[in-house]
Design a protein around this ligand. Structure first.
Ligand SMILES: N[C@@H](CCC(=O)N[C@@H](CS)C(=O)NCC(=O)O)C(=O)O
Length: 209
């Protein structure tokens, strides 16, 4: 198969890690365009033509622009698979795979973004302890969800023994919880999971810079 040129717009620490991690796991060739994260103005006006809200990631494949980290992952898997990162629709774990893949972004993002804003990003005088506390209690619910629906039974990866794109989706969120210094307070199964994630070569390559 001829693989068109793939360019990933990336900044260290951002959700573009998920896409780079997928590219690395799949062994696909790509070029990185490095941007500096700047809330609301990442990449400046030139980048607005690629991403209308100046967020990361953006991926260009051939002449097609793909936005949203999970859409980028799904695009790569579907276009350039087959890959063990995906579970096929005839597999008995397909539903759980899809659920956990989307949970990493759709389920967890509101609480995560509030925590990032009110513990880290906003100037001190604009931070709200009440919002941060509320987001923290929501995050505890999400962690409980992951324990009940996945890691609580001691499995190594989101859907069992196979590392999949669901791990790329959720594993990145665990990285943000580490940055927020919340990870050490989470159940042992979650901490062990993040240890497993961070030993993967593709993770190390994608998250380092
Ligand atoms: N749901 C989007 C979220 C994109 C997003 O919020 N990206 C962050 C970095 S992780 C960003 O660009 N922030 C800069 C800003 O909000 O201006 C995705 O998964 O791609």
């Amino acid at each position: 198969m001829t693989i068109p040129n793939i360019t990933l717009y990336h900044a260290a620490g951002s959700r573009s890690i998920r896409v780079r991690w997928t590219l690395e796991e799949m062994g696909l060739p790509y070029k990185l365009e490095r941007l500096t994260l700047a809330v609301g103005q990442t990449g400046g006006p030139a980048y607005t033509a690629i991403h209308p809200s100046n967020k990361l990631p953006a991926m260009i494949v051939g002449d097609e622009i793909i936005l949203e980290s999970l859409a980028c992952i799904e695009y790569l898997i579907t276009k350039f698979g087959p890959t063990d990162l995906a579970i096929s629709s005839d597999h008995k774990l397909y539903g759980r795979y899809l659920e956990l893949f989307h949970f990493g972004e759709s389920g967890m993002t509101m609480a995560m973004n509030l925590l990032i804003a009110h513990l880290l990003l906003l100037p001190e005088e604009q931070r709200s302890k009440r919002l941060a506390d509320w987001a923290r209690s929501e995050m505890d619910k999400h962690i409980n969800y992951l324990m009940v629906r996945s890691l609580g039974d001691g499995r190594p990866w989101m859907i069992g023994d196979q590392f999949t794109a669901a791990d790329i989706s959720v594993g990145y969120m665990m990285f943000l919880l580490k940055i927020l210094k919340i990870l050490p307070d989470l159940p042992q199964e979650i901490r062990d999971y993040f240890d497993r994630v961070t030993t993967r070569e593709a993770w190390i390559k994608s998250s380092f810079d």
